[in-house]
Ligand binder design. Sequence first.
Ligand SMILES: C[S@@+](CC[C@H](N)C(=O)[O-])C[C@H]1O[C@@H](n2cnc3c(N)ncnc32)[C@H](O)[C@@H]1O
Length: 118
Amino acid sequence: MVRSLDMPTSAMETLAWSASRDLKVVTGKRYLDDFDVLVSNTDTLAFLGSVPDESFQLVVTSPPYNIGKPYEQRQEFKDYLEWQELVIKECVRVLKQGGSLCWEVGNYQTKSRTQTTQ
Ligand SMILES: C[S@@+](CC[C@H](N)C(=O)[O-])C[C@H]1O[C@@H](n2cnc3c(N)ncnc32)[C@H](O)[C@@H]1O
């Protein structure tokens, strides 16, 4: 990855970086038309449902891995996959033609097997 030294590395740095460049930073539960940076702290499917088709060139997502991380509420694997299938379909819908989707997954190792959410 190529990274300029003055690029932000966290959400807080992004906000500070945006403000220092006179970018229009907005917050909200739904997609808006006019912004440079939109910060939305809400359910991902609720937010994605408000985004018009083919809005983004790049989607980068790091969903819960469902492998027992402290911040997760673990679901049945089948339920988790069904949920993520909905999320991915929405991510694809909001991508422009030729856009890219990065979907980060977790990996869980037991004595007998490896379970992955790929
Ligand atoms: C794997 S973590 C992401 C970690 C983050 N990428 C990082 O590097 O720190 C998954 C995140 O998804 C959030 N999350 C869980 N359910 C969600 C939902 N329904 N809608 C939006 N975010 C959700 C969790 O609060 C958690 O912060």
